[in-house]
Design a protein around this ligand. Structure first.
Ligand code: GLU
Length: 552
């Protein structure tokens, strides 16, 4: 025992606090019974990945549903892979998509909370203290093996067909004496600190995963590294120390970590701590001639930025991800159309076990629905905001006359059956093009059943009676009134009964006017559109179309 104390002192002489000091600095949280403490712990090695947003959202929901805390910890122990601006991208992305952070990095440059620092690179002394404690208890030791020695061992294991790794009899430095360690350190050799695993591959560990249920795996017998030669912890060790001291109750993370869980459970046991509850989230999959994980490299939609740039409202993406996360969410949403997402009782047990398929069409449908519920002011504000960042020319056009712009997006909004034209803001330009002369491109293609001369006749009959003061009903009455003289039926329904002797009906006549004025067959309410465009512009467009249809 005494030797272990000496060894601990030799390896980590700079540690100036005891485990008890840290336990006192980070006491158990005073939270109501049942409140869960969850976290997202990304590494700033690139842009915010959809999978991280998804996992963060699940963590957030679990904390929010129980009156708990959801915090953000930055796992930046791998400085080589870190990208500049990575932290900012993650924090901004989470906030933008409504997965707001209660504690930790609440903004890229602001940490809040009593359990910090929330950045692993600033927690060196804490890890070193607990590593020292393990050495002191004979549960960890220095390993001086070089890369070359380790690969020689691996090759030998491979040739003997035994499991590779630093375990059992292969763990060369396991029983290193104090004297040898001292000699090698004095000779300037570097070392890592490894856990002296008491486990055996023959044994099994079982744990209840919050999503996948009971999982049984071989016990860990690997003397894995806990501190690297530069004194920086590995993920395994940092996770145990941080999640204990930050008083995390539920670790909800990607399921690539399942196979490491025996290591983590062993660490918690050896450190004398109660482990958190684990829940492993299946990755989001993509259909690509078979199912595969969304890939950072191959799929632009793997980056959360993709959705911001396309102008999917954050609410839409979250709404969609909730349908992916929880099999009962859609039923709940049908019954609670306008309730905030926080009101949903999220349960990990309802999550997919195998990985849900990401379906862009479904996201579009969800988003159309979300946008159709927004009022004109919100929609206009969001489009302006999106255009300012992503399409400055369009932005200038919209911002030149904000009242007109808002009126454009107000058409057919509200009411029990709002239209669902827009799925994302980058569709707004095409949607609204005919309202702006700078964007309007005339298109006079007619449906097959309307001859160009008939279309011209419709316009020529309508122009003399056109009056912008006609309301919605008056406008359509005039369309009906011109029908008999054109040889058209006067009611829409006749067409359905006798398609054979059909020439046209008021619906066709209004389609002709619609095409003449907007260049489209399908638009929101035409009377409102014409009202906004103004008399002169409407007359001009109708005359121009009639001339083309007459072949002039
Ligand atoms: N830094 C780890 C990752 O990005 C965190 C895993 C965890 O949530 O514990 O995968």
């Amino acid at each position: 025992m005494e030797n272990y104390d000496k060894l601990a002192e030799l390896l980590l002489p700079d540690v100036d606090k005891s485990p008890a000091d840290y336990e006192a600095m980070y006491p158990p949280r005073a939270l109501p019974e049942g409140a869960r403490v969850t976290r997202i712990a990304p590494s700033p090695t690139g842009y915010l990945h959809l999978g991280v947003l998804f996992t963060a959202m699940c963590n957030k929901r679990v904390a929010a549903a129980t009156g708990g805390v959801f915090y953000l910890r930055i796992e930046d122990t791998d400085k080589k892979r870190e990208v500049q601006g990575g932290v900012a991208d993650i924090v901004k992305g989470l906030n933008r998509f409504g997965v707001t952070i209660d504690e930790g990095f609440v903004a890229a440059d602001r940490e809040e909370g009593a359990y910090g620092p929330y950045q692993q690179s600033k927690r060196g002394p804490i890890y070193r203290c607990f590593a020292k404690e393990l050495v002191r208890q004979g549960l960890a030791y220095p390993c001086f093996c070089t890369e070359a020695e380790l690969s020689a061992v691996r090759e030998k294991q491979e040739s003997q067909k035994v499991r590779t790794g630093y375990h059992g009899e292969w763990a060369k430095c396991r029983d290193i004496s104090y004297e040898e360690a001292q000699r090698r350190i004095q000779a300037g050799e570097t070392f890592v600190v490894r856990l002296k695993s008491p486990g055996s591959e023959e044994n099994r560990v079982a744990f209840t995963d919050g999503i996948k249920g009971k999982i049984v795996l071989p016990e860990n017998d690997e003397d894995f590294v806990i501190l690297k030669s530069d004194g920086i912890p590995t993920y395994h060790f940092a996770h145990a120390v941080d999640d204990h001291l930050m008083r995390t109750t539920h670790v909800i993370r990607g399921d690539e970590w399942i196979s490491s869980t025996p290591k983590h459970l062993q660490l918690f046991k050896l450190l004398g701590w109660k482990p958190p509850k684990y829940a492993h989230v299946a990755p989001i999959m993509k259909e690509d001639g078979g199912r595969r994980k969304l890939s950072k490299r191959k799929d632009p939609e793997a980056a959360v930025r993709y959705y911001a740039e396309a102008g999917f409202p954050p609410e839409s993406l979250i709404e969609y991800l909730m349908t992916v996360a929880s099999s009962d969410y859609e039923d709940w949403r049908r019954a609670n159309k306008t309730a905030p997402v926080d009101a949903f009782k999220f349960s990990l047990k309802k999550m997919s076990l195998s990985g849900a398929l990401f379906d862009l069409d479904k996201l579009r449908d969800v988003s159309k629905n979300v946008i159709s519920q927004m009022d004109a002011q919100t929609v206009t504000g969001r489009i302006l905001e999106w255009a300012r960042e992503n399409d400055p020319d369009f932005y200038r056009l919209l911002a030149a006359d904000p009242a007109y712009t808002q009126a454009v997006f107000a058409i057919d909004r509200g009411g029990p059956k709002p239209r669902k034209d827009l799925a994302k803001w980058d569709e707004a330009k095409e949607y609204a093009a005919y309202f702006f002369d700078a964007l309007y491109v005339p298109c006079r293609d007619l449906p097959e059943n309307i001859a160009p001369t008939a279309a011209a006749a419709v316009i020529e009959a309508y122009l003399p009676v056109y009056d912008p003061a006609d309301g919605k009903d008056g406008w359509f009455q005039k369309i009906k009134d011109i029908c008999p003289a054109l040889g058209f039926a006067s009611e829409v329904k006749i067409y359905k009964k006798n398609p054979a002797d059909y020439k046209g009906h008021p619906g066709d006549a209004s389609t002709v006017v619609r095409i003449a004025v907007t260049g489209r067959r399908n638009t929101p309410d035409l009377c409102s559109i014409m009202g906004l465009l103004g008399k002169e512009r409407c007359i001009q467009r109708m005359q121009a179309a009639a001339a083309v249809w007459r072949g002039k």
